[in-house]
Design a protein around this ligand. Structure first.
Ligand SMILES: Cc1ncc(COP(=O)(O)O)c(C=O)c1O
Length: 413
């Protein structure tokens, strides 16, 4: 990977923050966009803007083709058997809610069980809590070990004939833990349960093949992988998607409407009501091209090297606790940490003074934070454009922050 060349494609990396060059380490929240994606957005609005699927004029045809081209690229990116099995949503959250609403609500009954994990993002917890309250479905959670991995033995016991769905993240956004996706899917299959993989923190960073995984559903967001905000993806097995009822009602999701009834449209449009996020969906194709040109294996290797260096650098500083697996091969490009006596928000603010952008807080994983017995962490997360020098800058900025705060009496900290 030619990082210098890659960085030239990201105009925002030239920004100064408080006089310092930006060091952007908040990629698990959202990634920056290369000019290829930005230019695709501008090109869309300057040259092709029209509503899609219903026009007979040239612009509408062009806009439709651009969105459908992105769908084909998305299908290829995850090895979905057909583009029709790729539904565009607003984000991963909406994709998971779609499954909860259109599949689980239709097919699950009181007493059925859904197995989640203690490491889920709120977007893979709350939709199921809402469903459980409505349908008296029982939620179970595969526990997290103190090291921040999943207790698979406990998982094996939790997934039973009562389990109808196992919905889990492929990689933890809070700790970086890589989850053994295929093992969990095979446990679910033995029990006859369906699976939903939240690939929000996997799809941007490592190769993914829905046929090999044989998952039933998969969700992720474009904005975490160089794409625009406002675009999410739900992949589902065709037969399941066919059996599901529409999520939202309105234009585009119908084939025929009378005053008192409607016939749903074919896949994928059955689940895409109303005018979609046309420009962003079209530009997402450029993000996928960009990632594919670099290659997912190279991306994963680069992030692993940055993560190793970050763990070495931060753990050499006084009072720093790093969370997540010790075994580097079990983690993605996320390093979550705390400094003794300091609130993560103070750490995040101090790093920002040095131009270093990290996330601080519970990372939408309050149950996981409760398990770690901390209100939150500071989190550095890496992507294709990050460099070893930036990891050093993080280390220096944290060292400076620690030195500054440690001079203050405890009550002021
Ligand atoms: C593991 C995981 N799942 C789901 C989401 C939700 O993504 P979005 O906010 O794009 O819907 C996130 C976002 O941080 C995430 O990290």
């Amino acid at each position: 990977m030619d990082i210098k060349k890659i960085r030239e494609d990201f105009p925002i990396l030239n920004r100064k923050i408080r006089g310092k060059t930006l060091v952007y380490l908040d990629n698990a929240a959202t990634t920056q966009k290369p000019r290829q994606v930005i230019e695709a957005l501008v090109d869309f609005y300057q040259n092709h803007n029209a509503n899609i699927h219903r026009g007979v004029h040239t612009l509408s045809d062009e806009a439709t083709s651009m969105v459908e081209e992105s769908r084909i690229k998305t299908a290829a990116f995850i090895n979905a058997p057909k583009p029709e099995t790729v539904i565009f949503t607003r984000n991963a959250t909406e994709a998971i809610n779609l499954v909860a609403h259109s599949w689980a609500r239709k097919f699950l009954k009181a007493g059925d069980e859904i197995v989640l994990t203690e490491m889920e993002h709120h977007s893979n917890l709350v939709p199921w809590q809402m469903l459980a309250a409505e349908k008296q479905v029982v939620l179970r959670h595969i526990p997290m070990t103190p090291e921040g991995t999943l207790d698979l033995e406990a998982g094996r016991k939790l997934i039973t004939a009562k389990t109808k769905l196992v919905s889990f993240t492929a990689a933890s956004n809070a700790l970086g833990t890589l989850i053994p996706v295929e093992k969990i899917i095979s446990l679910a299959k033995v029990a006859g349960a369906k699976t939903l993989v939240d690939a929000s923190q996997w799809a941007p960073h490592r190769a993914l093949d829905v046929v090999k995984w044989d998952c039933d559903f998969l969700a992720f967001s474009a904005h975490k992988m160089l794409g625009p905000t406002g675009v999410g993806v739900l992949y589902g097995k065709e037969a399941l998607l066919e059996d599901m009822d529409p999520f939202l009602g309105g234009g585009d999701m119908i084939s025929r409407v009378q005053l008192d009834r409607f016939t749903p449209n074919v896949l994928p449009f059955k689940f895409e009501a109303g005018t979609p996020n046309i420009a962003d969906e079209a530009a997402f194709g450029q993000a996928l091209d960009y990632l594919s040109a670099i290659g997912l294996d190279a991306i994963a290797a680069h992030e692993a090297a940055l993560t190793k260096k970050a763990i070495e650098t931060l753990s050499a500083l006084p009072g720093v606790t790093i969370y997540g697996p010790k075994d580097i091969s079990q983690r993605g490009g996320v390093v979550s940490f705390n400094v003794d006596g300091l609130h993560p928000h103070d750490v995040g603010t101090a790093l920002d003074l040095e131009g270093v952008a990290v996330r601080a807080g519970h990372h939408c994983c309050q149950p996981l934070m409760n398990k770690l017995k901390t209100p939150g962490t500071a989190r550095a997360s890496f992507y294709i454009y990050n460099t070893f020098e930036e990891v050093e800058a993080l280390g220096k900025a944290l060292d400076k922050a620690i030195a500054f705060f440690m001079k203050k009496p405890a009550a002021v900290r």
